[in-house]
Structure formats: C-alpha cells, structure tokens
Design a protein around this ligand. Structure first.
Ligand code: CP
Length: 307
C-alpha cells in the first residue's frame, strides 16, 4: 500500500506515468467511468478548501466511485478531541482511500503511519501540497509540451506557500529548469528549500523583489496569494497582501508564450482584466486538477486499467 505525502514519494518515471494516465483520461473520459464502481474516497478536511476537496470528490465520482467525509474540523469529532491517528483508523473501516488536509505540518504523515488505506496529503500547513504539484506539472506539460528547459518565476508568498515548496522539489528533477524567486524580503523561500533543494542540486536560481524586472525572461509565471492564515499578526498581513498585483501593463512585458499559473484562490494578486489574456491558464489548471487526481486515485488503488 502506498501513500502520497510529498511529490518526492513518486520517482520521475512514476510521475510521468501518472501524467500520461491523466492525459489519456482527458482524451477518453468515458473509458474510465466505471473503474472505481465499488470504491469509496474519504475527504478529511480540517482546513478550508474549494478546489482540492471538490476536485477529489469530482475525480472519484467521474471514476464511478462514492465519496464521504467532512469539510471542517468543527464538523468532525476532532472538535471533541479525537486524534488524527484514531480518526484514520475509523475511516479505514468506511473507505478505500483518503485525502486529508490539515493545518499542522506532518498530520497526514501521522495518519499514514497507522492507516489501513492509502492516505493522500491534500495540504499540510505551510509544508507540502503534492496533488497541487501534480496539477501544476500536468498543466505546464500540456501547455508547453515539456517539463525541462524552462525558466519558472514563482511570485508572492514563497515562505508560507506550500504549493511553491512542493513544485520546486518536483521540478528540480528535470533538466535545465531555472527559477526566478520573486518575493518581498519577509516572504522569501524557506532556507531548507534554498539550501537542501536548490543549492544541493546545483539548480540555477535568483531571488528578486520586482516582478517587472523578472517577467520578460519567464516561460511560466506562477503567482501565489499571501497566505493570511499563516501570519501571526494582521498588521503584517495587511502590509504584505497587495505587494504584487499582476495587471495588463506588467503582462505586456512578458513573452507571448509565457503562461500564468496560480493554485488559487486568488485574492488581489492577479487583476481580473488579466483573465481574458490567452496566457492566463489558472482556470484551465483547475480542470487539469481533476484529471490528475483521477489518475492518482487509480494508481494508489492499483486499479486494473481499461485497454
Ligand atoms: N489550490 C488549492 O489548494 O485550493 P483550495 O484551498 O481551494 O483547495
């Protein structure tokens, strides 16, 4: 039995296999419509979510399976003090696979250690968000046709943005990927990513503050929101929240084939006027998230695939 805690739990060939399967699901959705007819997915969300929870549920329903779960800690027995470890033991009796989001880093890992069913980390604190990474990789590969030879700008809250941490860890395994890390001083990438992931793997990267200076060189611009829920005080958040706003004027400096990604939700960091630009790919990215989660569920459940 396998769990998914980090993108690094998958080797590059395994990752490619999941992306290939997701692309086949995109082209031939009907082929997979009954592959999970007798399966159940539990979504255990101790923290708010729109995309991740609903896309997991849509993914399982598209495969013919059923879903159950809770969408906040308050509506589960966590509110009475039940531990994550006890909860997953109980849920293992009701479901075949589980996606868990939790505000505490490592909570899905604790669950996986006692679980009888595969556990997928659907976001743990400011740490990792591996299924968003699978979504991002599928989006980039589908739009650019490759995951190597790319210059990727990551902009915004690089300190608390777990999607950024997971994406960097996954992309350093591809050839000639360069990073431009665009953030204010206070929201720079954590040192463990800078030292243990980027420097250790001899990855080319620069850290800059001005988006306007970086944007002309990029193949992908990955915008992120400032993670309000991870700040210790409101004052710091208010000071940081509108540090970057991508608008049509800034976008005019970018290449014609640079795509804009964002894990969403968006707050103010991308002006609504940008949505009409053909390079705005963040809503397409949402759709890719369903295909890739379908592929992941099939893979972790070791379902025999239709010919
Ligand atoms: N991208 C993402 O994780 O969105 P949600 O918080 O809505 O799940």
């Amino acid at each position: 039995m396998r769990h998914l805690m980090s993108p690094l739990d998958l080797s590059v060939p395994e990752l490619e296999k999941i992306l290939d399967l997701a692309s086949d699901i995109e082209k031939n959705p009907k082929k997979y419509a009954h592959t999970c007819d007798d399966k159940r997915l539990a979504t255990l969300f101790y923290e708010p979510s729109t995309r991740t929870r609903l896309s997991f549920e849509a993914a399982m329903m598209n495969l013919g399976g059923k879903v159950l779960g809770f969408s906040s800690a308050d509506s589960s027995s966590a509110a009475k003090g039940e531990t994550v470890a006890d909860t997953i033991r109980v849920v293992s009796c009701y479901a075949d696979i589980c996606a868990m989001r939790h505000p505490k880093e490592g909570a899905p890992l604790v669950a996986s250690m006692v679980s009888n069913i595969p556990v997928i980390n659907a976001g743990d604190g400011g740490h990792q968000h591996p299924t968003q990474t699978l979504t991002d990789l599928l989006t980039i590969r589908s739009l650019k046709g490759r995951l190597d030879n790319l210059t990727i700008g990551l902009c915004g809250d690089l300190k608390f943005g777990r999607t950024v941490h997971s994406l960097i860890e996954a992309l350093v395994r591809y050839q000639n990927v360069k990073f431009v890390l665009i953030s204010p001083e206070e929201l720079r990438i954590p040192s463990y990513i800078r030292e243990d992931v980027l420097k250790k793997n001899n990855i080319e990267f620069v850290e800059v503050e001005r988006l306007e200076d970086a944007i002309p060189d990029l193949d992908i611009l990955y915008m992120t929101r400032v993670q309000k829920e991870r700040f210790f005080n409101e004052e710091d958040y208010v000071r940081m929240k509108d540090f970057y706003i991508l608008d049509n004027q800034k976008l005019s400096l970018a290449k014609d084939d640079m795509y804009i990604l964002h894990p969403l939700p968006r707050v103010n960091e991308i002006a609504v006027e940008v949505d009409k630009d053909p390079r705005a790919a963040y809503f397409k990215q949402v759709q890719y998230g369903v295909y890739v989660r379908m592929a992941l569920i099939l893979t972790l459940l070791e379902v025999e695939l239709p010919c």
